[in-house]
Design a binder for this molecule. Sequence first.
Ligand SMILES: *Cc1c(COP(=O)(O)O)cnc(C)c1O
Length: 369
Amino acid sequence: MQKATETVLEIDLNALAQNYRYLTSKLHKDTQVMGVVKAFGYGSDSVAVSKELISLGVSYFAVAYPDEGITLRKAGVETAILVLHPLPATFKKITDHCMEPAIYSRSMLTQFIDFAEEIGLTNYPVHLKFNTGLNRLGFIAEDIEFIAEKFAATSSVKIKSMFSHLAASEDASETAFTESQIAQFKDISEKINKKIDYKPLRHMLNTSGVLNYPKAQYDMVRTGIGLYGFGNDPEENKHLKPVATLKTVISQIHTVKKGETVGYNRAFKASETTKTATLPVGHADGIKRIFGNRKGWVTVEGKKAPIVGNVCMDMIMVDVTDIDCQEGDEVIVFGENPSADELSQVINTIPYELITGVSQRVKRVICRK
Ligand SMILES: *Cc1c(COP(=O)(O)O)cnc(C)c1O
């Protein structure tokens, strides 16, 4: 692997393949995988990731918003794409690009059918999303009759799948709640099945669901974070490899004398001679300001270099007093060490937030390690 000469986010497609194989080893042979590539592929590169996932065998993609799916279509991806969060204003974008909406409310269903009839669609695939406890988006059991009547009265749309989303699949103290979500979904989907003469796909599991509740895998699973290398559990993380590595370089080294300060607001005051390295990555790149003042660190020559002073928009300064390093040397912000998981814990967040937070200013470099 070439050493970084500027700030880059390396995307390791071999790590993606390894994670895919680990996750699918938990599934039956014929369970389909929907690759979740929303938010630029969890901050990576949704096109490169999607193309690799197609070669690995995914049969569906999920995005949150239509523009994310259009990016894939423009790059030549022809695989089915589920849009998890459509709005009436985006119906046309969705159908123009052969994407499939998740329908989550009576009003959305009515509006989508009206739209589909108006532009003359037939049997257009839609996905019914049921709320079984997350209370975010979704129909409830009381909507079943309404749904059945709506589909009986039109040939413009067809139920391609029914799905629900777990609220706490990673949380061992919430198994009773998760089991109740699984039971509710089973009940709701069976009721829908009784009202129509074809069998839509069913899916309910995200990554932690795959790892903790494989019995509820149905026809398909929707996996995101696991593909990118995080299993929401230290044991599972041993089998997964981070796809993204944020790297940068040392722009300048300073010797800061006792009593001198570093950075805005003079937030770091040297109590002894301190060697600092200035790095070309800041809060505008996704290094949250809360990592300043020694909360966060980077790895230089295999050693921990804490961030000193406040995080600037385009730079951070790190303490390299005890590290043998020079201007131009490569620095790991996160990847294997430190991992995004480890770093996220020190600021009470989750790796999802760190990896999706790497701004589009940072160049993505595709590699196979
Ligand atoms: C984001 C998302 C997923 C993927 O969840 P992971 O925990 O990243 O595997 C699955 N389903 C829905 C509805 C989502 O919004």
